[in-house]
Design a binder for this molecule. Structure first.
Ligand code: FES
Length: 159
């Protein structure tokens, strides 16, 4: 069975890194690795959860070239390859998505529609294997359903 839910991943990240040295940068790394960039709404939530001024977050984001403020593709597809997801079939999901989209992790389709990336554990191991598409978390995925979700997005774009 397929479960779809929207999780407040910023809260999970803030909890993971709060009170750690260099926590802001680590939390921003986490956000970027999950989304392929740092969405403004996520930066705003992080400011609230970590009690850091938003201006400070943007100081960090603009200081390091590494951080991206814009999405690398219209839809960012992330396949979790953390241990739990890996053991429950993430490599097969990743394989079928790469075949379907014709791109590998870190690449964007030529039309700019999809950006694919492998991410490490996103803190929802109980729902493994998980794939995220933009803000949407797809739980207990399998290769067929993951590709089906991507097809639905493509069809929606063609209508
Ligand atoms: S290993 Fe995928 S969510 Fe933890």
């Amino acid at each position: 069975m397929t479960h779809t839910s929207v999780v407040d991943d910023v809260a999970v990240i803030a909890k993971r890194w709060n009170n750690t040295r260099g926590s802001l940068i680590m939390a921003l790394h986490d956000l970027q690795s999950r989304h392929g960039y740092v969405p403004r709404e996520s930066a705003m939530k992080l400011a609230k959860y970590m009690d850091v001024p938003l201006a400070r977050i943007y100081e960090v984001l603009t200081f390091y070239n590494y951080f991206k403020l814009k999405p690398p593709g219209k839809h960012v597809v992330s396949v979790c390859m953390g241990t739990a997801c890996y053991l429950k079939g993430a490599p097969g999901i990743y394989h079928d998505i790469t075949k379907h989209l014709g791109i590998k992790s870190g690449e964007t389709t030529p039309n700019g529609e999809f950006h694919l990336q492998i991410v490490r554990c996103i803190g929802c191991c109980g729902l493994a294997p998980v794939v995220t598409i933009n803000e949407q978390l797809l739980a207990k995925m399998n290769p067929h359903d993951a590709v089906e979700h991507i097809c639905q997005i493509k069809e929606g774009a063609e209508k």
